[in-house]
Design a protein around this ligand. Sequence first.
Ligand code: PLP
Length: 487
Amino acid sequence: MSQEFLGRDEQSQDAFSRAVEQAASNVIAHFGTLEQCYSGMPPTQTARLFDGIDLCPEQGRALKDVLDWVGANILRNSIAVTHPHTMAHLHCPPLIPAVAAEVMIAASNPSMDSWDQAPAATYLEQEMVKWLLGLFGLGGSGDGVFTSGGTQSNFMGLLLARDVFAREQLGWNIQTKGLPPQASRLRILCSEMAHFSVQKSAAILGLGYDAVVPVPADADRQMDPEALRQTIARLREQELLPFALVGTAGTTDFGSVDPLHALADVAAQEKLWLHVDAAYGGALMLSRKHSRLLSGIERADSVTVDFHKLFFQPISCSALLIKDAADWEVIRYHADYLNPEENENAGVLDLVTKSIQTTRRFDGLKIFVTLQTLGRERFAALVDGVLALAEEGAQLVRNDPDLQLMAPPRMASVVFRYAAQGLDETTLEHINTVARRQLLLDGEALIGMTRVDDHACVKFTLMNPRTRAEDLSRILEAFKRCARSLL
Ligand SMILES: *Cc1c(COP(=O)(O)O)cnc(C)c1O
């Protein structure tokens, strides 16, 4: 018998337990104990870590040895997302209960495409979706599906928007006939701060990057509704066909939120599909203190939520929610072997009917286990905590004459730069770019970079509830030390 698979025999069950324990103790030994957020190994060297390794040896070796090798070589040279000084991206430390759920997901390996591959899991995912619809105020006719990430959720939102528009306004079925003759005139509106996945989606949807019309944002990095109205009027004059408006609830760099009520008013007047990208900000809905920042999201036609950001879930975990379940019609497909129409008529739920993926992970379990374990209050405290920390970080920057805060802190983001008196812009450009890299190679901190008004800037993205204000002070001091050393 193959002991490599779990079975009813005690031996394979022992092998399973040992394997999971070995993996866990390796994570602790080689990752949980890391003193720095990165080993400092440069890319030229990481590319050579595997030189001379036979990737498919004729004979295997003990799992423990392999896991130890992975620990010592891969985990040790990972970004320690659990380290309080890791704060570059919207890249979170995963909650322990969610990691435990991952073990169950991997071991039971349900596939979310059809009920007969995931009976209980299908209905739990559906319950999580219903709960999310309630949380976001999307109402009883809505629906949703888990996806691989915000990129896929945004893509699906725009796919539905395009196809529903074609069906209702152009009398054209894109699913069967492909793009309509008017395709080159279709336009998507979003703020200039929106995530690049909007452009990518437009390209994949056959509309091209040029179909995305950026609307100017105001000084607070929120879409300007007046500019939006003017942009739409200009498009209509040119006989172009705007069909979708993307609002962002938490821009990737700044955490700013577009004025969702104003966007919803425009979308209603102009008959545009309103998609709200809440990949970053969605978790705020669980906070009594901050949920009103997303007010108006309940008026969206579709919403992107990422759980592998401020919901602290292991990658991947995301969902697309829609206001009207009837809109799935435009992507419906029935495969005889998987989700025949008879199933649907008999009330069997085959989730593949509303997904662009076929085989799909049971990511909904992680968020279920998380919420059951922490409860809303404790979870909200984590979110509130990182938002409060961002305020503290911004205050430290404001109080420092050598630093310049580039925007008020929003969500968990603080964007700033080194800007000591008397230095010209060319020098500042160089210093801010190099000092950030130096901090990483020294293992001191991993902070983000971006550009604001054509200045090189750095940012804190505070995704770790274990980070303290003292950590931020220390990092700012180290950053200034690096910066000065470059002068
Ligand atoms: C992260 C992010 C995305 C992309 O999500 P992935 O899960 O990385 O695919 C989209 N929109 C916003 C605003 C984001 O912050």
